[in-house]
Structure formats: structure tokens, C-alpha cells
Write a protein that binds this ligand. Structure first.
Ligand SMILES: [Fe+2]
Length: 503
């Protein structure tokens, strides 16, 4: 390796370490805005992610396991209220910034240095990751993956069913969401997909014992209740992270990364390490009719592992599903903090391929094509969930942490990139409130999504040179930066977020 390469790798390691530092102070402050906010952008961009990476002198091993730090960028455009009313960026725009740890058992334990000694029945060697995955005897409350308005509350979510309520303005923890149903504990998804034909959200959980199954449910708007609509028995449950909704169907994309149920109880080490990759089984699409609960078809294709689906829809006799695919579960190993901090990046870290799968409802073999490479954390216009969409937003990173946000036009294949010159989070698309993306946004009468999006793309930045984080507001049509506001400190790499309007 040349000296320059060594020096670059060392520097890159220092930079990435900033993404895995522990946050020591909680903030509530006003940020100045560079540029101008859209006058209609007056909600909050709330994000979630780990905020502590050591406890009691011990490092937290896996990126998934740091206690949740919520952060909120509350937009106050001058055009929306007390300002001069023209939204022309004359310096009166503000962002109210708050960050706060979720007060959970996991947080208190970490603060007291009890990360590795939580007092669970299986002994003291079980790390946080184990507890995150393991649902016996008690799932974690470290809800550090996503936020949503769910069941009548604002909640933080992770792969455990323990959702934690918070106040979106102050980020104060309000206690655990009390599910008013009889569903058992299980491994669940932090991403509940909006219903295209209702106000609820759709999710699933995996139970392991006594009989393993995927339990699909809907959560009606305003009620903390999961209504089960389908139960799919499975011999060896797979590690899954999200589901897709397409028209009246729900789709589980099941990779051949599976665990014999008894190993949940009898194995050693982190639960995640007990899943095994069986590429010969292929990846299975389990298509469920949400009205009847029946499995309509379950075709298999060449093996891949999905985390996040962009969206899905029905096109005649087949479903069209856009997802970010990884060739193997090694992406999970790459998320151990020591790996991410120290390892010179070789390009096979956290980025996958945005692929389109066409799944015939007849059960015939799905077909696939690649829409974009080196991407992660896909997002679409949520109003199009379950129906045909036009644009997918994502991080793009060929090597190391992502520094670009891309917009992929899934009809033309055109990719438009915005280079942040800093690390970028998952992008979130926010439609302009009166923009008609819902039915026929471009007025061409085809009932499809508009060819040019009308709205903003929100992204959290981490600048390793300035050692500070920021929020950036992009114009979705041009994928150009419109505004940016710097927080007083650096935030470690986070996971997901949402734009919460209306308080
Ligand atoms: Fe996720």
C-alpha cells in the first residue's frame, strides 16, 4: 500500500469514528438557516439512531445497539408566521433543534454500566444485540431505529415490539406504548407501512415458539392495537426487517437467512449469529391478500437479502416491487462498530442494489432488473405507498459512508445526484402540501405519479471537518440544496426518521 493510501485510510478511519462517538450533552436551541426554507415547510424532521457507543468502560459492539438518541429539526420558515411573510430567505428562517436520549431501561442500564450484565436468566454474557434480537425472556426497549405516528401516539420503534412514546416538540419520553391486543412478543419490523386504502399501517412480527410463524397485522389510526389478518407458518423463520404493501396485497420478502426455532433458546452468543445463510433455498416472496389473509403465491428467486423496500404496486397480473438488495448477510457483519470504525473500506459495506422485481401473481418465477447501484435507505413519496411510484430517493456510496443523495426515476432510469460533501443520512421526501401527487400530479390524465416531484428532500448531514451535524433541505425537482442549518455538535450516524407535520 502506498503511503498516500495509508494516510488516506487513517484519515478515513478518524472521520468515520466521528459517526460512532457518544453524545454527552442534550441540546435545545435555535439554529440559523443558510439559504431559505420553503414557506410551507413548518413541521418537524425527527430522526432516530444510537447516541452512546460505550458504557461502563465497555464498547457497544454493534451499530444497532447504542441507546436511542432522538433529534428533531423543527422548521420555522419566516413565511409561515411571525416573519416578513414572503419566505424569501432574508435571514428570518429558523430551525428549532432538540436532541434527547430516549429514557428507557436500555439507556439507564448503559448509563450505569450494566450493558453486559443485565440480569437476564441466560447469564451476563448476553450483549445488547442479543437482547435486541432475543425475545426470551424480555425484548429490549431500546427503540433506536425509526419514529412514526402510530396507534394515536408518536413512537420510537425498533425490531422489538416495545414501542416508546415521545413528545415530538420536546422529545421527552412519555412511556411505552401499551399494545391493546393479544399478539405474543416476537421479532418485529420497525417500519410499519402505510395502507394505500386506509389510515392505518401494516406490519408483521415473527414468533419462534411453540410454532414459528409470521403474523401480519394492521394498526388502525389512533389506536394502539394490532389486528392480525394473516398467519404464515414457517419451519425456519428468516431475518427480515420490513414488508411491502402492493395494492390489496402485503409482501414478505424472505431471504434464505434463517434460524431453526429451537436455537433461539439453546444457542450461544448473539442471536443474529445463529441465523444461517442457505443460498440454495433462494429468496421467497410471500404474497398475502390483506382482505382474506390467504397466501396468494410464494415464488422463489435467486438468493438476496433485503432490508428496506422502496415501494410496491400492482401492474395487472403481477406485483412490482422495488427494493435494495444485498447479495449476502455479510452486510450485517459490516455493521459491528469496531469494523465500521477501523476497517479500511473496500466497497462492500452498507450499500446494495436498487432492484425492481416483477412477481407474477400466478406464482411463476419473478423477473428482476437493476435500477441503481451502491445505494441504501430508499424512500418514496409515502402518498404513493402500494401504488405506482415514479421516484426513489436513496443514499449513494460506492465506498465508505454515503456522501450523496440520489433520486432515481424508475421509468426512465435517470439518476440525479446531490453531493453533500459530508456524510448523509436516509433522505425523506416531503410533498408540498397542496401538490397533487396523489392521483395525477402532472395532469396528463394517466392517474400516475408526476414526472417531476413537487416537494422537499430532507437529510441529516455529518461534516467530519467541521465536526458538526446539520439538516439540509433539497428541492426535490432539481435535487439542489435550498437550505441548511448547523447543529452545535456532531451526531453519530443514525438510522431512520420522519417528517411530522401538525404537531
Ligand atoms: Fe430500517
Amino acid at each position: 500500500m502506498a503511503v498516500d493510501d495509508e494516510s488516506r485510510d487513517r484519515q478515513s478511519s478518524v472521520d468515520e469514528r466521528l459517526g460512532f462517538h457518544s453524545v454527552r450533552e442534550e441540546l435545545d436551541t435555535a439554529l440559523a438557516v443558510e439559504g431559505s426554507l420553503p414557506p410551507w415547510l413548518d413541521g418537524r424532521f425527527v430522526r432516530n439512531g444510537p447516541g452512546l457507543f460505550e458504557a461502563g468502560g465497555r464498547s457497544i459492539d454493534h451499530w444497532f445497539d447504542g441507546p436511542a438518541l432522538l433529534r428533531a429539526f423543527g422548521f420555522e420558515p419566516s413565511g409561515a408566521g411571525a416573519g416578513d411573510g414572503d419566505g424569501d430567505g432574508d435571514g428570518e428562517d429558523r430551525v428549532r433543534y432538540v436532541d434527547r436520549f430516549l429514557r428507557t431501561d436500555a439507556y439507564e442500564a448503559a448509563r450505569e454500566g450494566r450493558v453486559a450484565a443485565a440480569g437476564f436468566a441466560e447469564g451476563d454474557d448476553r450483549g445488547l444485540l442479543d437482547r435486541l434480537r432475543s425475545l426470551v425472556p424480555e425484548p429490549t426497549d431500546n427503540a433506536n431505529a425509526d419514529v412514526a405516528r402510530l396507534g394515536g401516539a408518536h413512537v420510537a420503534l425498533t425490531e422489538s415490539p416495545r414501542a416508546v412514546r415521545f413528545d415530538p416538540a420536546t422529545l421527552e419520553t412519555l412511556g411505552e406504548l401499551d399494545w391493546r391486543d393479544d399478539l405474543p412478543a416476537g421479532h418485529t419490523t420497525p417500519h410499519l407501512t402505510p395502507e394505500p386504502d386506509g389510515d392505518g399501517r401494516v406490519g408483521y412480527l415473527t414468533t419462534f415458539l411453540p410454532r414459528a410463524s409470521y403474523r401480519l397485522f394492521r394498526v388502525p389510526a389512533g389506536e394502539p392495537r394490532r389486528e392480525e389478518f394473516a398467519r404464515v407458518p414457517v419451519d425456519e423463520p428468516a431475518y427480515m426487517h420490513s414488508l411491502a404493501v402492493a395494492d390489496r396485497f402485503a409482501v414478505l420478502v424472505e431471504p434464505p437467512f434463517a434460524i431453526p426455532p429451537h436455537r433461539v433458546l439453546t444457542g450461544d452468543g448473539p442471536l443474529l449469529d445463529r441465523y444461517e445463510w442457505h443460498p440454495q433455498r433462494g429468496t421467497r416472496f410471500v404474497v398475502v391478500d390483506r382482505r382474506t389473509g390467504a397466501v396468494v403465491c410464494e415464488p422463489r428467486t435467486a438468493p438476496f437479502l433485503p432490508f428496506h423496500h422502496a415501494n410496491a404496486s400492482r401492474d395487472g397480473d403481477e406485483l412490482v416491487l422495488d427494493t435494495v438488495a444485498f447479495d449476502s448477510p455479510s452486510v450485517l457483519d459490516a455493521m459491528y462498530v469496531e469494523e465500521m470504525r477501523a476497517r479500511p473500506r473496500d466497497g462492500d459495506g452498507g450499500a446494495g442494489e436498487l432492484r425492481r422485481y416483477r412477481v407474477p401473481l400466478s406464482g411463476a418465477t419473478p423477473r428482476t432488473e437493476t435500477l441503481a447501484t451502491d445505494v441504501a435507505m430508499p424512500a418514496t413519496d409515502e402518498r404513493r405507498t402500494g401504488r405506482r411510484h415514479r421516484h426513489v430517493y436513496a443514499q449513494r456510496a460506492a465506498d465508505g459512508p454515503a456522501t450523496e443523495v440520489v433520486r432515481v426515476d424508475v421509468e426512465t432510469g435517470a439518476v440525479r445526484a446531490w453531493d453533500a460533501d459530508a456524510y448523509v443520512s436516509e433522505p425523506v421526501f416531503v410533498p408540498r402540501p397542496d401538490a397533487d401527487g396523489e392521483n395525477d400530479g402532472d395532469g396528463d390524465g394517466d392517474g400516475g405519479p408526476p414526472s417531476t416531484p413537487d416537494g422537499a428532500v430532507l437529510v441529516e448531514l455529518l461534516d467530519p471537518d467541521r465536526e458538526r451535524s446539520a439538516v439540509a433541505v433539497l428541492d426535490a425537482a432539481g435535487m439542489t440544496e435550498r437550505a441548511r442549518a448547523w447543529a452545535p455538535h456532531a451526531l453519530p450516524f443514525g438510522f431512520h426518521g420522519a417528517y411530522l407535520d401538525g404537531g
